[in-house]
Ligand binder design. Structure first.
Ligand SMILES: Nc1ncnc2c1ncn2[C@@H]1O[C@H](COP(=O)(O)OP(=O)(O)OP(=O)(O)O)[C@@H](O)[C@H]1O
Length: 307
């Protein structure tokens, strides 16, 4: 239904300049609220072009973009030469997104802290390192709590803790009902979490259908494809209930604190989200697809007989 969409593209095409070649053509796409959408494609295929159309900072040459909800965008290249300090810029962006002055300043500080850039609040944007400037670019999009968040290589240049903070922020956004569309050169970025994956091929946008992604909700799947997930929880923490109910089996924490979960592939997105949005969050160390459930058994597993 229309009200379940964060943005919709009908017959959209884009080419640059008069009579230039079509980059995208006949693209039909609806992005559902609360969904995480990955866009893939070769270099120069048109991924950024698509994201700019989704974000509304570019207009199609043909076709129609409609129903766009409140949107924030992290561009591939952040214009760092703006005449603001980091905090001044974020506060300004908060105001642009409709926050009051106090709330904008508070959220700006919080997001800078969250990305480990709290010490740079008073630094002019033009003097920030590339990584710190990228933290500001990401923070300006997140502080708006947008209904549609569009991330074009937003992880590039961030240090590991900031990348993890962005992973969690994305999971939080979708858990809160926002939609997130992203491009990243790292195929393992948010692996197993995307609800939909699309690839730009030629001028077309093709939907990649991952097997077994149609199911939703918390029902246990017996048999069928599974995903191995290695996680590290906060010290002494129990697995979140919604996760414990859905895993096929698990190996309790190893001495290094890593817990191995075997989860039904159709539910892996939701389970990863539950872990990343738990309070405090769990750290997802690795995700790997395996053969069907039951074909890989480790000694001492808690629920090995349940398939
Ligand atoms: N503003 C522009 N003016 C003219 N041509 C453009 C413009 N933006 C993109 N293009 C062209 O459109 C095509 C698609 O570019 P786009 O940046 O969307 O691809 P991409 O898949 O994001 O690439 P990359 O993986 O290298 O970031 C390329 O041929 C590019 O040169």
């Amino acid at each position: 239904m229309e009200r379940d969409l964060a943005v919709r593209l009908d017959g959209v095409g884009r080419r640059y300049g008069m009579g230039g070649p079509w980059v995208l053509r006949h693209v039909d796409l609806g992005i559902r609220t609360g969904s995480l959408v990955r866009v893939e494609g070769a270099n120069g295929s048109g991924k950024s072009t698509l994201l700019r159309l989704l974000a509304g900072i570019d207009a199609p040459s043909e076709g129609r973009v409609s129903g766009r909800r409140r949107t924030a965008f992290v561009p591939e290249r952040f214009p760092a030469a703006l005449p603001f300090t980091a905090l001044g810029y974020l506060t300004h962006m908060g105001r642009v997104h409709g926050l009051g002055a106090g709330a904008a300043r508070r959220r700006a500080s919080e997001w800078l802290e969250l990305f480990g850039a709290g010490g740079y609040g008073r630094t002019p944007l033009s003097e920030l390192s590339k990584g710190s400037s990228q933290k500001v670019a990401v923070a300006q999009a997140l502080l708006a709590e947008p209904d549609l968040l569009v991330l074009d290589e937003a992880w590039t240049g961030l240090d590991a803790p900031a990348r993890a903070a962005l992973d969690r922020a994305v999971a939080d956004r979708t858990a809160a009902g926002g939609a997130v569309a992203f491009v990243d050169h790292d195929p393992s970025r948010l692996r197993g979490m995307a609800d939909e994956t699309y690839a730009v091929v030629g001028t077309a946008l093709n939907r990649r259908t991952a097997e077994g992604t149609s199911a939703s909700g918390g029902a246990r799947v017996r048999g069928g494809p599974v995903v191995l997930v290695e996680v590290q929880g906060p010290r002494g923490a129990e697995l979140p209930e919604a996760v414990a109910e859905s895993v096929v089996r698990w190996l309790p924490a190893a001495p290094d604190g890593t817990t191995r979960l075997t989860v039904p592939r159709p539910h892996s997105d939701r389970i990863l989200r539950e872990l990343l949005t738990a309070r405090p969050p769990w750290h997802v160390v690795a995700v790997s697809a395996t053969a069907d459930a039951g074909s890989r058994e480790a000694p001492g597993e808690g629920r090995g007989e349940e398939l």
